[in-house]
Design a protein around this ligand. Sequence first.
Ligand SMILES: [Zn+2]
Ligand SMILES: [Zn+2]
Length: 373
Amino acid sequence: MADKRDYYEVLGVSKGAGEEDIKKAYRKLARQYHPDVNKAADAEDKFKEVKEAYDVLGDGQKRAMYDQYGHVDPNQGGGGFSGDFGGFGDIFDMFFGGGGGNRRDPNAPQRGSDLQYTMTIEFKEAAFGKETDITIPRTEQCDTCFGTGAKPGTKPDACSKCHGSGQEEVVQNTPFGRMVNRRACSSCQGRGKIIREKCGTCHGAGSMKKQRKIHVRIPAGAFDGAQLRMSGEGESGQRGGPGGDLYIIIRVKQHEFFQREEDDIYCEVPLTFAQAALGDEIEIPTLHDKVKLKIPAGTQTGTQFRLRGKGVPHLRGNGNGDQHVKVVIVTPTKLNDEQKEALREFANVSGEAPSGTHEGTFFDRMKRAFRGD
Ligand SMILES: [Zn+2]
Ligand SMILES: [Zn+2]
């Protein structure tokens, strides 16, 4: 039995054909092959093929899936994804599941399922990238029998019932004519082969679960929720089919000092009142190194300073984000007598209201509010 034909080919339309053209092509072919009209031996099969192609191409959503994934093995639906990979498997189940009327060659190559792995990394690892090995369990071809399922030195026999096609035909005579139903061969369960002597390693399955070590490179600038696709590193394909993909979901741990917004870093640095009033030079930790920051005299609490290029490396392209440093003036809670005395003295020489740049604005406004202006 040959591979399933391309649906566009079946309907004789181009890949870019519009809805109307597809409908027209289907109607024409359906009339041509309808078993009531066409008495040729293969008319029924042709009719079913046309109907199946139209069921998919005539439905926008199914057509989009088909364009992206082609014919999908009904046996592959669901199951492949682990964890919270929302609903993807379900769509396959809905669309391709059940396998009703879905003919395919049991010996055709089959793509492996996709796998998902969630990896939690440190804040700095996300910024600068990380290379690591992970171990994932995945289904791989059995090394002993190279996927045949047969004991080494023996070969599976073609199923004598279906002659290797994996399918059997059930013929019924109905008032409308001869109906041919195809279903998986009951003798070989659709495999087309009978294994007389099973491989001792995989017990005839041809594949087995293995712990597989995979080298992962997380690029600098990775972010929480990022997804890496490792092509072909999912479950092995069957009968020479390509492997599925491995999706690595990145989770980034929080940092106790830095906060990240895209590629910019935010942090808060405490200042004493004296530092803020008199000015100072302080050391600031960054992801890269320590940086000296000049605090000008008379700095107000909440002032933000920008350290250019001290943020997270951009994932694509050169350069880094910036680091934003917000200074917070901390009021002392425990003072010794000497400190209290000094502050009282300071208050005496300063007068009643706080002195500084805000005098004419904030405190004036407050005073006016007290007076009821
Ligand atoms: Zn069979
Ligand atoms: Zn084996």
